[in-house]
Design a protein around this ligand. Structure first.
Ligand code: PLP
Length: 348
């Protein structure tokens, strides 16, 4: 409980301190289960990351038999903490440090999935957020939140607010509602990448290049799950706006929210959760109870958060343990021919 009417659903208690752990671990165990059952040969998961997806997927799959994970990330473009979370694991996780950008990493993975020879010799699969095995389990925690509010006698007019980037998280909540979860309505909160917010206002969807913000996991210019939201409502704009409203905040507003909530309530928001809290504090109507998804632990954004609140933020032991680990990565060029040669050689 953060204020009288606003609750935080803290989804950052997993191994990498972000909500993506839920989907990553569920998918890993599901895949492990089917590999055992069907006696398949080794499955290779290829994942391109700009930071957080790689760590959630790698930690989810760590030690799962029959699966090897290759994490491709852009050299020098992810933070120290992020890099340590997927380069220190070893075992069935290999980190490939690509001399290029995130887009180059993504292109290598896509080319691998398209390559006939590679797919003829190896079993390849993806672990991105469009994969239903990562996406569906996220519906569980909406039910868990509702159950807790029900016990607290606060479940009559529940509004759930989701800090959104690729819109996987909120879409899982919308699926939950279709499964029967009695949530009154949803709010999608954006940073300055407000493509969805503009769609709600105008009915026109105009993707554009993303811009960098302090809530960087939401810096998305063309949300990959928008198509799912549209499909769920038969493309009907009025039906969408009846159940989902939007909000969008600048870095200044996000920082102001973090600072005020820390000073007044002594609750430390991370920049993503701050978008969620603010949209509820501005948009909740009388009689409604709001829940926002706190998608990451504030210590994951230590420098930003400390700069805003003017105090040091303690790093949880889980995160410190990663920092003590030794980075192991293999350098890789951005040429597909090199990546292909490598995959064929290690799987020979
Ligand atoms: C990935 C991420 C988001 C955005 O989630 P989507 O499912 O892409 O909308 C929000 N906050 C954090 C901390 C994230 O890592």
């Amino acid at each position: 409980k953060v204020t009288d009417d606003i609750y935080s659903l803290e989804l950052f208690h997993g191994p990498t301190l972000a909500f993506k752990d839920v989907g990553g671990r569920f998918m890993a165990r599901l895949l492990g289960h089917f590999i055992r059952k069907e006696g398949k040969k080794q499955v290779n998961v290829l994942v391109a990351t700009s930071g957080d997806t790689g760590s959630a997927v790698a930690n989810g799959f760590l030690g799962v038999e029959g699966i090897h994970v290759y994490v491709l990330y852009p050299k020098g473009k992810v933070s120290d903490i992020q890099e340590k979370q997927f380069t220190t694991l070893g075992r069935n996780i290999t980190a490939l440090e690509v001399d290029g950008t995130f887009d180059d990493c993504q292109a290598l993975v896509k080319s691998a999935f398209m390559d006939k020879e590679l797919n003829g010799r190896l079993l390849l699969t993806s672990a991105n957020s469009i994969n239903v095995a990562r996406f569906l389990p996220q519906a569980f925690y909406y039910f868990h939140a509702y159950a807790q509010l029900k016990r607290a006698g606060r479940a009559d007019n529940v509004v759930i607010c989701v800090p959104s980037g690729n819109f996987g998280n909120i879409t899982a909540g919308l699926f939950g509602k279709r499964m029967g979860l009695p949530v009154k309505r949803f709010i999608a909160s954006n940073n300055r990448n407000d493509i969805f917010y503009q769609y709600l206002r105008t009915g026109v969807y105009t993707p554009r290049p993303s811009i960098a913000t302090i809530a960087n996991a939401m810096d998305v210019g063309n949300p990959s799950n928008f198509a799912r939201v549209l499909d769920l409502y038969g493309g009907n704009h009025a039906a969408i706006t009846a159940e989902i409203s939007g909000a969008a905040y600048t870095d200044g507003q996000i920082a102001e929210t973090m600072k005020t909530v820390w000073q007044q309530k002594h609750y430390l928001l991370d920049p993503h959760g701050a978008c969620g809290f603010r949209a509820l504090s501005e948009g909740l109507r009388p009689g409604e109870t709001g829940v926002f998804l706190e998608t990451a632990h504030p210590a994951k954004f230590k420098d930003t958060v400390e700069g805003i609140i003017g105090e040091t933020v303690a790093i949880p032991e889980k995160l410190q343990a990663f920092m003590r680990g030794t980075k192991q990565s293999l350098p890789m060029s951005k040429e597909f021919a090199d990546f292909k040669k490598y995959l064929l050689a290690v799987n020979d």
